[in-house]
Design a protein around this ligand. Structure first.
Ligand code: ASP
Length: 589
């Protein structure tokens, strides 16, 4: 037997017992004739003591230990002279009677402590060492607990966990596919699933009624901050449901997770907001409702006064920053530069300061104090506040104001990661027009159904009509982050055909790519709907962190590389030939 206890287990009540532990040497300190060793495993740290009473052999072995050596240690549990209240085993230590080195270790390239001295790249290269550190261990433990609770909850609601294949045909979630060449089918490729969307719908056609899966998805996107090319979803689908049924069931799941995993009580019902209200009031389809600072439209109050910038645009909007009237000229200039950055994209920033000595603005030339006062009133500003104004095409200007709102929320400390404000965003438009390609895209995905009352509009050939079509599509949003989303689906072959037509996908193309699902809908598809949560992100937010990387055991870096494996990498010519591939890339040898 390698061990009788773990390194997190022993307490004063074990005093006098002879025990054997195994683990990694966190630290060994020699103090005169004594050596103290911090022995670590997944469960905690236990202090070992070697002194004269242990005999020469043990003393010698103890003196030869280095960081991260794997050892087996036997001895007697004793009360410690100086206790360490910071660790659970801090009242005791083990006086060694036997010490065996199971495996020596090279000095690790960085310290394996809560605050490591290793840079990100180095820690990624030695991920298995980084994973020994508490912050990562705790993250993965939280992830495990979440997965466990998700399974418990969904099982209790009659869901079946069913696996779906990875080697499939393209699924349209809007990203690029990762593809896998087929050796047995020369010149042909599988796509890795961007989600199991089509399979879960086929499972509904097959009568499985309530499906879920905690499943890996693959999307070949340019990696924006905190995206991973492979990530995990809690993917779910239900038959014979309306939007209300789906929202209620998964609201229950999230409330249950908050309670069970992190002990947070979330008030149910969780608020709901239409996509239109989210855009109008928060400039985002994933509003952070931990704080107000809503957007106010002021277009009609500022147009027609000779200020051509405002006169020439569709929309002018404002947010009020409480207590910021003291912003100096320099600070306002810096903020103006900030909104001009490409990430925000504004051409400029207009402000109104409601100082105790009166109203001042950057457009005093064009507006009387009364007119500015009226704008301030519309923006719900009071003395001491600062009103920030942006303009442009309606949705674009709102989105910029939304970004500015989040920035000001950060600056004012309104975004405490331990305050949780979830909401459902509902009633999304079905389609989104893209000016560049002059075509519609599905706002969610092409399997999302138009609201039944909008079905007639959906068959109109006018762009304005199609823009008005809404879907029973919904997102679960937490603290400004979309954690999940889904929709009620199309379950009729002809409506699905129409959808492809609206999206500019020819009948031949639709048949080639999605014939299987259109066909399936001809064999008795039940009304159905579902959703998927981004599991990595749910874990990170529950852990109070913004980045998902720590919640994935072996993540990729921000250019999609696994620096530990050094992947992706070239394959040899034989393999290339077998797969009927030739590379045109100039790659390093
Ligand atoms: N497949 C969708 C996604 O990955 C989720 C859903 O509609 O259920 O976003």
């Amino acid at each position: 037997m390698y061990r009788t206890h773990t390194c997190g287990e022993l307490r004063l009540e074990h005093k006098g017992q002879t025990v054997t532990l195994a683990g990694w040497v966190q630290k060994a300190r020699k103090m005169g004739a004594m050596t103290f060793i911090d022995l670590r495993d997944r469960y905690g740290i236990t202090q070992l003591r070697a002194d004269e009473s242990c005999g020469e052999e043990v003393a010698r072995a103890a003196a030869g230990l280095g960081r991260e050596f794997v050892i087996q240690a036997s001895g007697v549990v004793e009360e410690r002279q100086s206790k360490n209240p910071k660790i659970a085993t801090g009242d005791i230590e083990i006086r060694l009677t036997d010490l065996k080195v199971l495996n020596a270790a090279q000095t690790p390239p960085f310290t394996i402590e809560d605050e490591s001295d290793g840079g990100e790249e180095l820690r990624a290269k030695y991920r298995y060492l980084d994973l020994r550190r508490n912050p990562l261990k705790n993250a993965l433990m939280l992830r495990h607990r979440m997965a466990h609770e998700v399974r418990n909850y969904l099982d209790s609601k009659g869901f079946l966990e069913i696996e779906t294949p990875f080697l499939i045909k393209s699924t349209p979630e809007g990203a690029r596919d990762f593809v896998v060449p087929s050796r047995m089918n020369p010149g042909e490729f599988y796509a890795l699933p961007q989600s199991p969307q089509t399979f879960k719908q086929l499972l509904m056609v097959a009568g499985y009624d309530r499906y879920f899966q905690i499943v890996r998805c693959f999307r070949d996107e340019d990696l924006r901050a905190d995206r991973q090319p492979e990530f995990t979803q809690i993917d779910c689908e239900m038959s014979f449901v309306e939007q209300e049924d789906v929202l209620n069931l998964f609201e229950g799941m999230m409330v249950n997770l908050f309670k069970k995993v992190i002990g947070v009580d979330i008030k149910s019902p969780i608020p709901r907001m239409s996509w239109y209200d989210a855009m109008d009031n928060y400039g985002s389809d994933k509003p952070d409702i931990r704080f107000g600072m809503k957007i106010h439209e002021i277009t009609s109050a500022v147009q027609g006064k000779g200020f051509s910038v405002f006169d020439s645009v569709e929309y002018v909007g404002a947010i009020t920053v409480p207590g910021a009237a003291e912003y100096t000229r320099k600070q306002l200039d810096a903020l103006t530069d900030w909104v001009k950055r490409p990430q925000v994209g504004a051409k400029g920033l207009v402000y109104i300061k409601l100082g105790s000595d009166g109203i001042k603005s950057s457009v005093d030339k064009f507006y009387t104090p009364e007119e500015l006062g009226k704008v301030a009133e519309l923006a719900e500003a009071n003395t001491g506040d600062l009103v920030l104004i942006l303009c442009g095409a309606k949705r674009k200007a709102q989105t910029m104001l939304g970004v500015l709102r989040i920035e000001m929320g950060n600056r004012l400390g309104y975004r405490d990661p331990h305050v949780y404000a979830p909401l459902w965003v509902v009633d999304f438009p079905l389609l989104e027009w893209d000016d560049e390609t002059q075509r519609f895209y599905a706002m969610h995905h092409p399997f999302t159904a138009p609201k039944p009352e909008h079905l007639k509009l959906f068959y109109s050939d006018k762009k304005e009509d199609l823009e008005k079509v809404c879907a029973n599509a919904y997102d679960f949003v937490l603290n400004g982050t979309e954690l999940g989303g889904g929709s009620i689906r199309i379950h009729e072959a002809d409506v699905q055909q129409r959808m492809f037509e609206v999206l500019g996908i020819s009948k031949e193309d639709a048949d080639y790519k999605f014939g299987f699902i259109i066909n399936a809908f001809k064999f008795g598809a039940p009304p159905h709907g579902g959703l998927a949560f981004g599991f990595d992100r749910v874990c990170a937010l529950f852990g109070g962190q913004e980045t998902i990387r720590d919640y994935i055991a072996f993540p990729k870096n921000n250019v999609g590389r696994d620096v530990m494996l050094d992947a992706p990498s070239r394959i040899d010519d034989v393999q290339m030939d077998e797969l009927f591939l030739k590379s045109t890339a100039q790659t390093k040898k």
